[in-house]
Design a protein around this ligand. Structure first.
Ligand code: UDX
Length: 423
């Protein structure tokens, strides 16, 4: 049966979740404090770049609304909390948005006389939903969880750039609930997608999210460490990964070596996990090393560059790609940040191009030149490939020195000098 759903937070997780639920017949109301974003969504415009999302929003516009007013919760059955949980300066998780959202929801629950279901989708550390968010909801509403309202935890595993595909084709849906009514309601809601469902407790669901992200980041840092050895030995880390990946216990996914991981999730989630482990007095050696390897990995690009251009002072370096990965305009945690910082430190002249992320990068780096095409960035003393955008494959690198951080093998065919970071 279709439901009336409120989605709090219109980042890529909230919008994709809402749009996909609308696709299977539910009615969606997005709530965000950002009026500008709300106006855009009401016009069918996606406030950021996420492939397929604009199509979905416009196709199901009749089922979608957006507002800044939490009161809409009154007329709905389920509220998903999809607001961000960024890092504080010390790496610990900042719950300010999630707490605010839950306080507002609690205030509305006080005014309604029927059961309403609150689902936490924001990434929060194990124990947060039960120990911090539930008490806020109960205090603000004057009601009891389970009896008067449902509460569950439903982590997301959406990759930016393929978030719509990932939602519709997820490997699993994790449903963390401590009461049957909440669990059953979420199981029914997800039924239309025919995906594998894993039911567990709220705290376990929270941990599954962190453990999954930490493990994926570990795979990448591990393969980068192996990749650095491969480079020294003159062997190809991708061939090694292919050979390893055939072992079902290992799997080939997330064994692409390069300049490391970035994004809106891995960096903040690993920092939060480390900070939390410290707080509860637990060891975090592996996770800390994973982060450490990732900090050093992008600077391998500079070492390789200096093999061919020993003094960067006054040299023009073309940077291809600024987004943390292709198909997104997101530069959070992008490996381009430490690379560009180091180039500037060594007094190089940086000419950068990215098909989507230049506006965001400008907010951090005003002092570099932004090119109007990839070809323009190629007109440099050396070129660094930092993001594997499809369109870079068609470039002509004839006569160029190319340092490749993302395995754009097409560049190897034409470059005068080609260095892959781990191959
Ligand atoms: C990630 C998780 O995959 C997703 O499940 C979670 O919910 C949010 O965080 P995302 O940050 O969008 O998604 O990107 P992802 O595709 O996982 O890539 C993360 C980073 O790792 C990127 O910088 C990417 O370039 C890098 N990466 C990925 C590698 O260097 N090698 C790989 O083999 C895979």
């Amino acid at each position: 049966m279709s439901k009336n759903i409120v989605i709090i937070g219109t980042g890529y997780v909230g919008l994709v979740t809402g749009a996909c639920f609308a696709k299977v017949g539910n009615t969606i109301t997005f709530v965000d404090i950002d009026k500008e974003k709300i106006d855009m969504i009401n016009k069918g415009v996606v406030p950021f770049y996420e492939p397929g999302l604009d199509n979905l929003l416009s196709s199901y516009r009749g089922k979608i609304n957006a507002t800044v007013d939490y009161k809409v919760i009154k007329d709905n059955d389920i509220t998903f909390v999809c607001v961000g949980t960024p890092s504080k300066d010390d790496g610990s998780i900042d719950l300010i948005h999630v707490k605010q959202a839950v306080e507002n929801i609690g205030g509305i629950l006080k005014e309604i006389n029927r059961w309403h279901h609150v689902v936490i989708k924001s990434t929060v550390l194990p124990g947060t939903t039960e120990k911090i968010l539930l008490p806020i909801l109960e205090k603000k509403s004057g009601k009891n969880a389970t009896m008067d309202f449902g509460l569950s935890m439903n982590p997301e595993f959406l990759r930016e750039g393929t978030a719509v595909y990932d939602f519709l084709n997820a490997d699993r849906i994790v449903i963390g609930a401590n009461d049957e009514r909440s669990a059953d309601e979420l199981v029914n809601l997800y039924k239309s997608f025919s995906l594998k469902i894993f039911k567990t407790s709220i705290t376990t669901a929270e941990m599954i999210k962190y453990a999954s992200n930490a493990f994926l980041a570990t795979k990448i840092s591990f393969v980068n460490e192996i990749g650095n050895m491969c480079k020294k030995l003159g062997i190809d880390a991708y061939e090694v990964a292919d050979g390893m990946g055939l072992d079902k216990r290992i799997g080939r996914a997330f064994l692409d070596s390069g300049i490391g991981w970035g994004g809106s999730c891995f960096p903040k989630d690993l920092d939060a996990l480390i900070s939390w482990a410290k707080m509860i007095g637990e060891e975090h050696r592996i996770i800390s090393s994973v982060v450490e390897v990732n900090k050093r990995q992008p600077l391998k690009m500079i070492d390789l560059l200096k093999k061919h251009v020993p003094n960067l002072n006054g040299k023009t370096i073309g940077v291809l790609g600024l987004a943390f990965k292709p198909n997104t305009d997101d530069i959070r945690g992008s490996r381009a940040v430490p690379v560009v910082n180091q180039l500037l430190k060594e007094k190089a002249v940086v000419k950068a191009f990215d098909p989507k992320a230049m506006e965001n990068f400008k907010k951090m780096f005003l002092q570099i030149k932004y090119c109007s095409s990839a070809e323009e960035a190629l007109d440099s003393d050396a070129v660094l490939v930092l993001t594997k955008w499809e369109e870079f494959k068609k470039l002509d690198f004839t006569g160029k020195i190319v340092i490749d951080g993302r395995r754009l093998l097409e560049a190897k065919k034409t470059a005068r000098i080609y260095e892959g970071v781990c191959w």
